[in-house]
Design a protein around this ligand. Structure first.
Ligand code: 13P
Length: 254
């Protein structure tokens, strides 16, 4: 089963709309037409509309960083799946550790969002990963197994091709500490094993599992060479075209 690499930039709370467009134009000028690696940028909500126009007629895809599980209604400050689809958003990051840590999101809340995303033809990038304490206590594999099982409860097998998982060890996010290639591979293999138990071998083989956490051009090649690492979810290094394109190029030659 060959899985196409996906390199996705999570811009977090960075870039105004005009800065977003500038960055997308720079990314497009280097990798806007290539199709060997799938490329996605995830700007903040306020930049999605202009970013949507900027990625049009290129191979760069658009993602959002979160959404509400409800279809519509009295949820002040929230954004629905339909609103994202209306802006030609393809992917939505769900369950990012910063959402879990600062906004109280649980596997159950994220599960509802994943169902809402799938129901509206958005591709969820479901984020999982352990804290430093959990890793040091030897609980990493248990934690990610539970996150996979609970977050993907009742996920419809017929939509499996739309599912992306991102393994992001929390201790590696924004810290400059990266999981070693072997650490990443070990956890990715375990995630695929759980996916196989839930959805069968063929489905599990088709699901892309991205690595996230201080990924940069210098360490991307080693991580992407791992059998079960199918791309990256990039934070800091996605904020400049130079670094982001460097990672895409590493994926092209992996
Ligand atoms: P950094 O690449 O800045 O460590 O962030 C990773 C991340 O959280 C992507 O979602």
């Amino acid at each position: 089963m060959s899985r196409k690499f996906l390199i996705a930039g999570n811009w977090k709370m960075n870039k105004t709309a005009s800065e977003a467009v500038d960055l997308i134009e720079e990314i497009k000028s280097s990798v806007g037409d290539q199709t060997s690696v799938q490329v996605c940028v995830c700007p903040p909500f306020t930049s999605l509309s202009q970013s949507s126009e900027s990625v049009e007629k290129s191979e760069v895809l658009l993602g959002a960083q979160d959404m509400n599980a409800a279809q519509s209604g009295a949820y002040t400050g929230e954004i629905s799946a339909e609103m994202l689809r209306d802006l030609y958003v393809s992917f939505v990051i769900l369950g990012h550790s910063e959402r879990r840590q600062f906004f109280g999101e649980t596997n159950q809340i994220v599960n509802q969002k994943i169902h809402a995303a799938i129901g509206n033809n958005l591709k969820p990038i479901y984020c999982i990963g352990e804290t430093l304490d959990e890793r040091e206590a030897g609980k990493t594999l248990d934690i990610v197994r539970t996150q996979v099982r609970e977050g993907l409860e009742n996920f419809p097998t017929h939509s499996i091709e739309n599912l992306v998982i991102a393994y992001e060890p929390i201790w590696a996010i924004g810290t400059g500490k990266t999981a070693t290639d072997e650490m990443a591979q070990e956890v990715h293999a375990e995630i695929r094993k759980v996916l196989a138990e839930m959805f069968g071998d063929t489905s599990a083989d088709s699901i892309r599992i991205l690595y996230g956490g201080s990924m940069k051009p210098e360490n991307a090649a080693g991580l992407l060479a791992q059998k079960d690492v199918d791309g990256g979810l990039i934070g800091g290094a996605s904020l400049t075209a130079r670094a982001f394109v460097g990672i895409i190029e590493a994926a092209q030659s992996a």
